[in-house]
Design a protein around this ligand. Structure first.
Ligand code: SF4
Ligand code: SF4
Length: 291
């Protein structure tokens, strides 16, 4: 099969996983008709990606929302479950979650497909990529601990505003009468983030997402994801140049393991760590020989 065909199939598979995840996370379809929040037993179970608890369709919990709730009540009890589940997702998937299992990452990729001039990465974006760690510390850890308020959910989360706030307000008449300054602020933040994603690839994931910041800390140990075979690598750096994110090398803290670079590597040095995929990505060899 031709190189372009195989790259497209890989991309389609990733899209399919992103769609399935979005549907699975929000499989309480009846909630969209009723305009209320699902309260069943499984609602305590966290999914790996960002998905607002308050979305009428949400059947599970958001790990970031759960972490903030745990910190808000930290003086009463330590929540081993949320710490354990984040460690588990981090060790198994790392930022594979961002590339495959996060509905908001998928939404941003769709927005980036809108045909318009794009803003390329550079020193400015590399510097901004550290901003998500500041958001993590201030809004996810300090504000919940000190002010007993889930800072990120309350003031920033665009996924919460899109999936929870807007849907709920549109479907629930009682809530519409409660709209105030905070809701307007959050809609403004969400619109700014979504607009930026049209021009800057995955702007929210790269600069603002605290969940991505948490998973990035596992990049050296995570079981899944892409890796480079050092024996095949010739150090041409094409992978880093072709990547739309601020990676310094494949699989580092900024890499969301989308696999786009696999098809660009002239020596087929990049592959997924999953043993089932290993050895299959040798479709770059022909291209390398031609050059
Ligand atoms: S494109 Fe392939 S050969 Fe070139 S630096 Fe990246 S991994 Fe190495
Ligand atoms: S380094 Fe490769 S796998 Fe990682 S984000 Fe960039 S293109 Fe995707």
């Amino acid at each position: 099969m031709k190189l372009v065909g195989k790259v497209k199939i890989r991309e389609h598979k990733r899209r399919l996983i992103q769609v399935i995840c979005g549907l699975l996370y929000n499989c309480n379809f009846i909630g969209f008709a009723k305009g209320n929040i699902f309260q069943g037993k499984v609602k305590g179970v966290c999914v790996p990606g960002l998905n607002c608890y308050s979305c009428p369709g949400a059947a599970f919990a958001c790990p970031l929302g759960s972490l903030q709730s745990a910190l808000v009540s930290a003086k009463y009890r330590f929540n081993y479950y949320i710490v354990g589940i984040l460690l588990l997702f981090g060790v198994i998937f790392g930022r594979v979650v961002c590339g495959f299992l996060c509905p908001f990452g998928f939404i941003q990729e769709l927005l980036y497909k809108i045909p318009t001039k794009k803003v390329k990465k550079g020193t400015w974006s590399q510097v901004l990529s550290y901003f998500k760690y500041i958001i993590l510390i201030i809004f996810v850890i300090v504000i919940p601990l000190v002010m007993a308020v889930p800072g990120f959910c309350k003031y920033i989360c665009p996924a919460g505003t899109l999936e929870g706030g807007i849907f709920l307000v549109a479907l629930n008449e009682q809530l519409r009468s409660l709209i105030g300054t905070l809701f307007s602020w959050k809609v403004g933040v969400m619109l700014a983030i979504m607009l930026s994603a049209v021009f800057v690839f995955r702007s929210f994931c790269r600069f603002l997402c605290p969940l991505g910041a948490i998973y990035s800390l596992f990049h050296k140990v995570s079981i899944c994801g892409v890796e480079v075979n050092e024996n095949k690598c010739i150090g041409c750096n094409i992978c880093v140049r072709e990547c739309k994110l601020d990676v310094a090398e494949v699989g580092d803290r900024e890499c969301v393991h989308c696999g786009d670079c696999i098809g660009h590597c002239p020596t087929c040095a990049i592959s997924y760590k999953n043993p089932a995929d290993r050895g299959r990505n040798d479709y770059g060899k022909e291209e390398f020989k031609k050059n």
